[in-house]
Design a binder for this molecule. Structure first.
Ligand SMILES: CC(C)(COP(=O)(O)OP(=O)(O)OC[C@H]1O[C@@H](n2cnc3c(N)ncnc32)[C@H](O)[C@@H]1OP(=O)(O)O)[C@@H](O)C(=O)NCCC(=O)NCCS
Length: 180
């Protein structure tokens, strides 16, 4: 489990399904991620995030608002499309947009990836019009590399190496928790 100033990032659980299906089914939220996903596709993705964690020890995680004790977003590391690269991905429930949560969670994910998972490089992609998303990448120190296609859409492609990564000057802790 990763703790930041305002968030806990933990492994997704099957009982997060309703929330995840709601998020992935929201056309506005999914506007730059290929549009709303039907429930079956969302559930498949959720279960994939869980099994990916079991296999690799990192994954896209559930972002819990510490104070409100509420699931408010997803953020974490995962393979990019059908490439061997690892990408950082994130999404937050609409009431939480514009308050720095994506930057906070993604910065912690990069730090975990470089310091604990031993990654050498992390990439990120976003629809060119998803300004919020590529602004997050830039705030993390990621550098624009190219425009390309992933997930069947045009994307801007950013990357950062372990060498170039500088952690944000904010609270960050990793807790090793026993799974029950
Ligand atoms: C994209 C998204 C994750 C951004 O999350 P967020 O928590 O609002 O981002 P932050 O508050 O950390 O903001 C990061 C920067 O982007 C800017 N920003 C955020 N949303 C923006 C928007 N819609 N338009 C322009 N700039 C935006 C912020 O102002 C901030 O820059 P600043 O510090 O220079 O002001 C959020 O809008 C979201 O969940 N969208 C739906 C899912 C999605 O598209 N995920 C990304 C897939 S690639």
């Amino acid at each position: 489990m990763i703790e930041t100033e305002r968030l806990l990032l933990r492994k997704f659980r099957p009982d997060d399904s309703d929330w995840f299906v709601r998020m992935r089914g929201d056309a506005e939220l999914m506007r730059y991620m290929g549009g709303a996903h039907p429930p079956e596709k969302a559930l498949q993705r959720l279960h994939h995030f869980i099994s990916f964690y079991d296999e690799h020890g990192f994954s896209v995680l559930a972002a819990i608002h510490k104070e409100r004790r509420e699931l408010i977003g997803w953020c974490g590391l995962h393979t990019l499309d059908s490439t061997p690269e690892i990408e950082v991905g994130y999404g937050f429930d609409k009431p939480y947009w514009g308050q720095g949560y994506a930057t906070e969670a993604a910065a912690a994910s990069l730090r975990y990836g470089f310091e604990r998972a031993g990654l050498e490089r992390i990439v990120a992609v976003a629809h060119p019009q998803n300004t919020g998303s590529w602004r997050v990448m830039e705030k993390l120190g990621m550098k624009f590399e190219k425009r390309t296609k992933h997930y069947d859409m045009d994307v801007v492609y950013y990357a950062i190496s372990r060498e170039d990564f500088r952690p944000l000057d904010s609270f960050y802790a990793v807790h090793d928790v026993e799974e029950r």
